[in-house]
Ligand binder design. Sequence first.
Ligand code: AMP
Ligand code: MG
Length: 418
Amino acid sequence: MAYEALSLSTLSQMEDYDPNSMPVEQAQQLIRQFLHPVTETEEIDILHAFQRTLAEDVRSPLNVPPHDYSSMDGYAVRHEDLATGGIALKKVGTAFAGNAYTGSMGKRECVRIMTGAMIPQGADAVVMQEHVRVDGDSIVFANPAKKMQNIRLMGEDIRQDAVVLVKGKRIGPAEMGLLASLGFAKVRVMRKLRVAIFSTGDELVQPGHALGSGQIYDSNRYSLTGLLTELGADVLDMGAIRDEKETLRAAFHAAAEKADVIITSGGASVGDADYVKQLLDEIGEVVFWKIAMKPGKPLAYGKIGKAHFFGLPGNPVSAMVTFQQFVRNALWVVMGQEAKQVFTFKARLANQIKKAPGRTEFQRGILSQDAEGSWEVKTTGDQGSGILSSMSRANSYIILPTGQGNVEPGAKVDVQLF
Ligand code: AMP
Ligand code: MG
């Protein structure tokens, strides 16, 4: 198959390629080569634009602020009238925010002005009201005034025609406000991603039903729904599928028709009922590997028709870790979002970690500040890949590189906040 040929040639060009133990960074780069952003866009109300991706640069149609205005409640003056303190000026009017003073303001005159009001013609400074004494229409100023004091300048935030937001920007609360401040009611965004998810496993029971012998609750579909919702994708929930090859095949086909991305959990390793790899080989195009990471060794990536396919491991922690370390970055690209740096920094390790060299480990960490205010991280305890409560107690990953062995307390380790 064309895709497979391409992937294999790409793989063979990579140094030290070992499909049974691929380094994390190599796998991330490899996936990146097969991703293309969606191209369809739509125009939507800015109120509904949260977590969407800008489809084009946004230029400002106006200056922000659109006029010079006062940043204080006080008096608009000519600064040269107040070369010294103790001078009285005559009040000739009042300027409110949204209701400007349009009269004239001559020499030795002033205008009462509120925060946000336009600066009257002739004025070039504002004196805060705490620094004056009011005697009817005569206002006595305690201090000299400096030119432009307490005046916000037209265009000081954004100049007309400047690029304010770039294509690919994820729209968060600040961007929603910013678009509104420029007068935009609508914004052009990339269309939402449709992501089909299903769990696989004969042992899975849905929450709300009684557990039989040997059964467990399906949790992956729920954590994955949370992770995808956080990303701003549309989740097509296809339920839990039994470990039956033909049932799975039908589910793969159905998902590929509707979705941009298919994410499954379970069935990706080498057990007798693990059909994910076999099926991908048969109906899709596959780059399948084991990644040199812990947790999360088996991870399938490939395509079924036009849809990207990620086969995550079944263990609940592994499913979340592989999502956060691989799938999320990939989906950002497919959503058309600008390249993002996931923030990693160093912190002091509080407890010992036992580790054998050979795999990158993503241990669940609890990051906190010690008495002096410096950052310290400890593990959540048992790091088993089935211990989902560790993901809930943790606020970060402690990332230990491939070559790393045991780590002693006090060592600096890489930490990535959730
Ligand atoms: P598998 O990858 O299918 O071999 O599954 C690995 C482990 O994860 C097994 O113990 C499964 O029972 C468990 N597991 C698989 N899918 C889920 C799921 N959706 N929710 C919770 N645990 C699961
Ligand atoms: Mg299974």
